[in-house]
Design a protein around this ligand. Structure first.
Ligand code: AMP
Ligand code: ZN
Length: 458
């Protein structure tokens, strides 16, 4: 029987997964900065780690899964100012929206979702320890910096050479820092900015320290698995290692996992480049019953360490493939399965693929083979196995009939009823909103003289 192997970014090798405590796995994933809706690139990374959590559970581990929420940073402050709303109102709204969108994507809720602003105490404790150990210093501008040159292993995750980094033109020279690569642990308060009092004076934390403090507080070190998108290797995770290992004097993380980008036109999808679609926009344009699962399948049918390019066609293709699985499950009703028999050849191949650093392309090819066999043999037991294997990674759990029928018609009817009720109550704004919402999905409404509303596709 194969054992789980994970590609560790730190060693650039696949290593057997040996958790720090037998039977238990701890996982920390860098979560969203809540200043806006998240885009489908972010969603891919969160889905990849959702898969990791589910698979660890399938293997019998008791998993503790922590994903943080960054609720204080420059982007948040800027956006709140632009909107003319208090920071807390913006972040609260975005946290709510994040939860709704995650649920639409069928993402498991982490066991803990620490918010940065509620962990200022542990962050300050860590910064004070770093200062005591000579790894942090106070700059002339009131900020507190991490002294990169005092941590000899700096660069070990991203394999960067400090001298090359210093020579790079992206490193801004800053008079307050001893070394251009030093980074802020604590930022002195500026007028009008949120602030917390501390021995370093009033201020707010830097971004990197929050993940070190929250992950160590919630999981203890060493954490089994720490994950995030590819871009977080440097500087974010490099800095997390420097802070945590500098303060604790022990290893911070045993396995580092990084998910490759979702691209658009072969360029990283990102807010700053402006080439992004929010998860909610994409979901709104998909069928309400099928869309969440379609997007999940699109995200994970390629290997998580390979980039995926987003196009309408490839997303539609993922939907069609998923549809073919559901068609089989509609034709051959899946038998109830109490527990997967891992000695079954299909199950064993599927498990071997997933255990080989979550090799989903191979795992899905096994599901395709199994589907072919279900179609040939009409075996309800094998159909049950197909459904159960899909279930280990959050797929194929819907009622096939309902999935294949889709939700458009049901949804439209419910919305039309709601619109008519709104009109009756003279809530014309809501009625209009519903009409526009349907129009955005290419559905046109026609109010007939007899009071009946009909609809058609544009
Ligand atoms: P952010 O809110 O930008 O800090 O990103 C949240 C998570 O999404 C991080 O783990 C990022 O590495 C990840 N991420 C950002 N852009 C992409 C992308 N285009 N594809 C995949 N993951 C991404
Ligand atoms: Zn982080």
């Amino acid at each position: 029987m194969s054992a789980l192997h994970i590609h560790n970014t730190l060693t650039r090798k696949k290593e057997p997964f040996v958790p720090r405590a037998p039977g238990k796995a701890s996982l920390y994933v860098c979560g969203p900065t809540v200043y806006d809706y998240f885009h489908i690139g972010n969603a891919r990374t969160f889905t990849v780690f959702d898969l990791v959590v589910r698979w660890l559970g399938t293997l019998g581990y008791e998993v503790k899964y922590v994903r943080n929420i960054t609720d204080i940073d420059d982007k948040i402050m800027d956006r709140a100012r632009e909107n003319g709303e208090p920071i807390e109102a913006l972040t609260e709204r975005m946290v709510q929206a994040f939860e709704v969108d995650c649920a639409r994507l069928n993402l498991l809720k982490p066991d803990v979702e620490p918010r940065a602003t509620r962990y200022i105490g542990p962050m300050l404790e860590m910064i004070e320890t770093l200062e005591t150990k000579g790894l942090a210093y106070r700059g002339a501008n009131g900020d507190v910096y991490y002294s990169v040159r005092s941590f000899p292993e700096y660069g070990k995750l991203s394999r960067r050479n400090l001298d090359e980094l210093r020579a790079g033109d992206r490193v801004a020279v800053d008079a307050a820092k001893r070394d251009p690569l030093d980074f802020a642990l604590w930022k002195a308060a500026k007028p009008g900015e949120p602030r917390w009092s501390s021995v370093f004076g009033d201020g707010r934390p830097g971004w990197h320290i929050e993940c070190s403090a929250m992950s160590c507080r919630e999981l203890g070190a060493p954490i089994d698995i720490h994950g995030g998108g590819w871009d977080l290797q440097f500087p974010h995770h490099e800095n997390e290692i420097a802070q945590s290992e500098g303060a604790l004097g022990t290893r911070f993380v045993n396995y580092w996992m990084h998910a490759a980008f979702l691209n658009m036109d072969h360029e990283k999808m990102s807010k700053s480049l402006g080439n992004f679609f929010t998860a909610r926009d994409v979901l709104d344009r998909l069928d309400p019953v099928q869309g969440g699962e379609q997007l999940r399948f699109f995200f994970v049918r390629g290997h998580y360490r390979n980039e995926v390019n987003y196009t309408q066609e490839s997303l539609a293709d993922a939907g069609n493939t998923l549809g073919s699985f559901y068609t089989t499950l509609r034709e051959v009703a899946p038998g109830e399965i109490a527990a997967i028999d891992w000695s079954d050849p299909y199950a064993a191949r599927f498990r071997d693929a997933m255990n080989d650093d979550f090799d989903t392309p191979i795992a899905f090819s096994v599901l395709h083979d199994l589907r072919g066999e279900v179609n040939r043999t009409r075996s309800t037991a094998l159909a049950g196995l197909l459904k159960a294997l899909g279930g280990t990674i959050g797929l194929l759990q819907q009622d096939p009939e309902r999935f294949l029928q889709g939700g458009i018609e049901l949804d439209v009817r419910a919305l039309i009823d709601e619109r008519n009720a709104a009109k009756k109550a003279r809530n014309f704004a809501r009625a209009d909103e519903i009409r526009k919402h349907l129009e955005s999905k290419e559905i046109l409404l026609e109010d007939k003289p007899d009071g009946i509303t009909e609809w058609r596709k544009k």
